[in-house]
Design a protein around this ligand. Structure first.
Ligand code: GTP
Ligand code: MG
Length: 322
């Protein structure tokens, strides 16, 4: 592909990174394996990221990025088109009005929702409630559960399905579970979600990663490894973002907190993954334990909703209003 005019008549998918000047088979492979396998991810990358990822020189990186930018129809859409698109947004309701209200109706498709909080705060419980509730709303929809801590419990799905008044066996059939044994495996599984959609023809509407950060946290210890960890997390979030956006999928990720010894006033906890995870998530919920065995969900970041918080209970048959 040499002339820009040629590109304009072709579908975006037909142009590959091999069509970029200076990208031969070897470089393409390096770029692909480090998460820059499509034009968009290259177009939005910095030269430094490409240099680090593929070992090419900085001048080449600049040229590649600029060519990727030129070849993409960096689509400006009119506001009414986006509004139309947003009418296809589905909101997964939790069966707990307060939380639904907090989230403006429920967990949105086409977005990443991050839930962070201390152990036992209910992050994994929500990860079990979501596929059950999705089934109740749309029995044809499939949920994907990427399980990094071996916390997926079909027995819990059965209880919650009974609580929601749906057939537990049918719900379990609509959930595809994969254990991720390390961070690379986890990243690969996220990329494979598109295979379920394109090759197996599944109507995937929900992807859960529980927990998003535990492998990364365990594998990259010590200060010297922080940059690498953040770069990999960034790639992972990028893949999840693309899945959510291009297939109208609700992505739900859980995240632990660490204590911050430097904070004396207010809440001395901070989410793992820092700005990378925070900025890639569309909605962020902070969960904590409240009074009398309750939990408190606080919406801390959202593009269109006010911050707010609400208490709720975790019960055998589901989440309940306080
Ligand atoms: P970590 O993964 O350890 O960071 O915690 P988490 O936030 O994922 O916690 P999780 O969602 O696993 O919450 C566990 C809590 O949910 C338990 O402490 C129980 O209080 C509660 N819970 C789990 N199952 C049930 C149940 O069937 N009935 C009731 N009432 N509570 C439950
Ligand atoms: Mg958990």
């Amino acid at each position: 592909m040499t002339k820009k005019q040629d590109n304009e008549t072709k579908e975006e998918e037909e142009i590959s990174i091999m069509d970029l000047p200076g990208v031969g088979a070897a470089t393409a492979e390096k770029l692909e394996t480090s998460g820059y396998g499509d034009l968009m991810s290259i177009a939005v990358a910095t030269p430094g990221q490409l240099v680090e990822a593929s070992g090419i020189g900085e001048t080449t990186a600049r040229k590649i990025i600029s060519a990727a930018r030129n070849s993409l129809e960096m689509g400006f859409e009119s506001g009414d088109d986006i509004l139309k698109k947003r009418q296809n947004v589905m909101k997964i309701k939790l069966g707990c009005d307060n939380i639904n209200k907090l989230l403006g109706g429920g967990f949105e498709t086409g977005a990443i929702t991050e839930c962070f909080g201390e152990y036992g705060s209910g992050k994994t419980q929500i990860a079990h409630v979501l596929p059950v509730r999705l089934y109740k709303q749309d029995p044809s929809a499939t949920s994907v559960f990427i399980d990094t801590e071996n916390t997926f419990r079909p027995e819990r799905i059965v209880e919650l399905a009974k609580g929601a008044g749906v057939d537990p066996k049918k719900v379990l059939k609509q959930i595809k579970v994969a254990r991720a044994y390390n961070s690379d495996h986890q990243m690969l599984l996220a990329e494979k979600v598109t295979d379920l959609i394109n090759k197996k023809n599944l109507n995937v509407r929900l992807v859960i990663v529980d927990s998003l950060t535990s492998h990364f946290r365990a594998e990259f210890v010590g200060r010297g490894t922080l940059a690498e960890r953040q770069q990999k997390l960034n790639q992972h979030m990028h893949v999840l973002l693309r899945i959510s956006d291009s297939h109208q999928i609700c992505v739900y990720v859980t995240n632990q907190v660490m204590s911050r010894p430097d904070v004396f006033f207010g809440d001395p906890t901070a989410a793992i993954g820092g700005h990378i995870v925070a900025h890639s998530s569309t909605f962020r919920i902070y969960l904590r334990k409240g009074k009398k065995g309750s939990r408190v969900a606080k919406l801390v970041d959202s593009p269109n909703l006010p911050e707010g918080s609400t208490p709720f209970y975790i019960e055998t048959d589901g989440l309940k209003d306080f």
